[in-house]
Write a protein that binds this ligand. Sequence first.
Ligand code: CTP
Length: 402
Amino acid sequence: MTTHRREIILGVGGGIAAYKSCDLLRRLQDYGFNVTVVPTPSSLNFVGKATWEALSGREVTASVFESVDQVRHVSLAKLAEAIIIAPATADLIARIAQGRADDLLTNVILACTSPILIVPAMHPAMWSNPATIENVRILRSRGILIMEPEVGALTSGDSGKGRFPTTESIIETFQSSSLSGDDLRGKRVLVTAGGTREAIDPVRFIGNHSSGKQGLAIAEAALHRGAQVTLIAANVDIEIDSRIKVIRVESAHEMLSKLEKAFQDSDYLFMAAAVADARVSNRADGKIKKSNLSSIELIENPDLLQNLSSHKDKQIVIAFAAETQVSDNEGDAIEQARSKMLRKGADFIFLNDVSHGEIFGSDETRGWLITAHNAVEIGRTRKKNLANLLINNALQSTHQLS
Ligand code: CTP
């Protein structure tokens, strides 16, 4: 069984923000990337080779004259699906703009045809210097993506535009631009979103707080990565891209019948919907008077995922679990989510802690990505980012099966 992880290069320039790239490297690994670090020789004054080797688990070289027999600049350039240069100093930006090749990183950049993302960090005066402005313009005109630095306090004590952006915003920019390629071209992605409603009478229902934002983020990310996307939306009140085929449903039973039809033709199922576990046993045709509302009899709904997984063929299935007070006993919560995943025949599961109304309706999320043998905590991030992370992992699962 081979594990397919996407290969990228993290180029590190000689600025103090180099230490922040250690976190960036870690998070990129969480997002399913294999990362080779190529520091400039001057950046090693800030973060040494040993740190990068320990964090990346790979050999690190900064000079073209090390491991010459391997022709590192060419082999690295061929290996990389994309290059992120973070932090990029004014000097490094100038050297790339001029097409210089005076260290391993600039050699790799010259030899590489994959997308490049540059993340600048420097003193505001250097960022706004006409020389840097011109270099940035040249690089942008060549199709290189350059993030804007953030505004705020700098190491020098000054403040202004020049700060290294947050890890989150770098990953978001990277995923939504350089990688929004074609890796799902020809694939059919089925997503459920929102919360089912189980009618009590024509006026009332049992429902939940799911907004559908996570499911929709997955559907949109899959669309941008080239997939043909079907979204089964239960009571979702958000505008949906017209290129997504939307099937609107109300109840769990309705969702199951639509899922059964669409599942066979799908390559991936992301079961992000919050499905009501029970429905009212004797739904009233007329509005129930409040004097008769003291008890409502419930019967269990079918488990949609379990039903589908029992006749799954090649499909990769992703489940979600929304729980409360996970942090009180994280280990147990992860184990329970893992058993849920296995019981429902899912390939992996994303566990959320929805305590204190933190996740429902929000554009952000956090939780744990759990597989049979692993659990990775994903810190606060945009649902859009998590969508791409889940797709990356789903793609890896496909490669593991083949
Ligand atoms: N799910 C499903 N059918 C149901 C209930 C849930 O397919 N009747 C799916 C959800 O879409 C989600 C996953 O199963 O992807 C986990 O949902 P959750 O409500 O946490 O699971 P339950 O089996 O209902 O477990 P619990 O007893 O913890 O509520």
